[in-house]
Design a protein around this ligand. Sequence first.
Ligand code: ADP
Ligand code: MG
Length: 164
Amino acid sequence: MLVIKTHSPDETYAFGKNMAKLLKSGDVLCLAGDLGAGKTLLSQGIAAGLTVSAHVTSPTFTVLNVYEGITGSGQELPVYHFDLYRLQHPAELADIGFDYYLGAHGIAIIEWPDKFPEFLPAERLWLTIKAGDGPSERILCLTAVGTRYVELCEELKQIADSCC
Ligand code: ADP
Ligand code: MG
C-alpha cells in the first residue's frame, strides 16, 4: 500500500493533476472516504490535469458526469466521474450504463465505490482518503489490484515524493 500525506486542499488537487498525466484509457480509480474527505477535490485535480475546461462538480445528484479530457500528448481521454452515494440498489448501476462506461474509451473515477464492491471491476486502483492531523491534512492510502495498477502505484510513488 502506498500512503501519501497532503497538507492542504491545494496539495491534494496538485497530486490529482500530476496523477492525471499517468492515466491511460481503461483505468478505474475508486475513491473512498467520508463526506468532505476530498474525493471530489482530487477528481477536480485529475480533470484539470487532463485540461478539462468544464467546472467539475460532485456528481451526487447526477450519479455520472462525463468530461472531455485531453492527455499531454493531445489524445482525447474522456473522464467518467461517478458518485454512487445515492444509489440504493445494484440494478441502478445498469440504469446509468455503469459497465458500458467502464468498458468504453476513457478513465473512470468512482466516488463511494464501497456501496457496491462486488459490482466493481476486479482490477482497479483503490484510494481511500482519511483525515489527518488538523483540518487540512489528509492521508491518501492507495491499494493496487492488478498489474496495471501496481505499475501506476510505482509511478505515483515517484510523483508523490516530489509533490507532497
Ligand atoms: P468529498 O468529495 O470526499 O465529499 P470534497 O472534495 O467535496 O469531499 O471536499 C473536501 C473538503 O475538505 C473541501 O472543502 C476541502 O477544501 C477540504 N480540505 C481540507 N484539507 C484538505 C486536503 N488536504 N485535501 C483535500 N481536501 C481538503
Ligand atoms: Mg464528493
